[in-house]
Design a protein around this ligand. Structure first.
Ligand code: SME
Length: 152
């Protein structure tokens, strides 16, 4: 499904106020994982209270052991500090990387800002090598901006 069509479905999910925030985030993960062939694991991590660590809040794909990630560790932990998109075409080329599955070849992590503060991120793992383009970054920035609107 093309990004534009997915955007309207994501808006519809996020606008479903009868569902909890966690359920809506899980549904967003599922629709991305199911409709974009090279998105094999999709998750949202958020800052865990006042700790300098990320906590997994919602995901689609295989369960991961890495539900808590300290700031600075792995691709996710680096994005928590850098506030920058991190596109990894080849995870084997990264020293500071936390492996979740032997099948993962590439990863993209986009920070999620609430009132200008980096409060979390969307993390996508791919079993395809070098699959992510600028379009993915722009699309996932859109997703995060819309998610921020339902967070308090
Ligand atoms: N690979 C990530 C860890 C999270 S898993 O991809 C679900 C990282 O290096 O931060």
């Amino acid at each position: 499904m093309p990004f534009e069509k997915l955007k309207s479905q994501i808006l519809s999910i996020l606008g479903s106020k009868e569902l909890s925030v966690d359920t809506r985030l899980t549904e967003v993960c599922e629709i991305l994982e199911q409709n974009i062939p090279y998105y094999d694991w999709v998750g949202f991590y958020f800052k865990n209270g006042d700790k300098n660590e990320l906590k997994l809040k919602a995901f689609a794909g295989e369960p991961t052991d890495h539900t808590i990630i300290p700031f600075g560790k792995g691709i996710c932990g680096q994005v928590a500090l850098s506030n920058q998109n991190f596109v990894v075409p080849d995870v084997k080329a990264q020293d500071n990387y936390i492996a979740c599955s032997i099948f993962v070849k590439a990863e993209i992590v986009i920070p999620l800002f609430l009132n200008g503060e980096n409060v979390g991120q969307i993390d996508i793992d791919s079993h395809t090598a070098d699959p992510f383009s600028k379009e993915d970054e722009l699309f996932l920035e859109f997703v995060n901006e819309e998610v921020a609107k339902i967070l308090e």
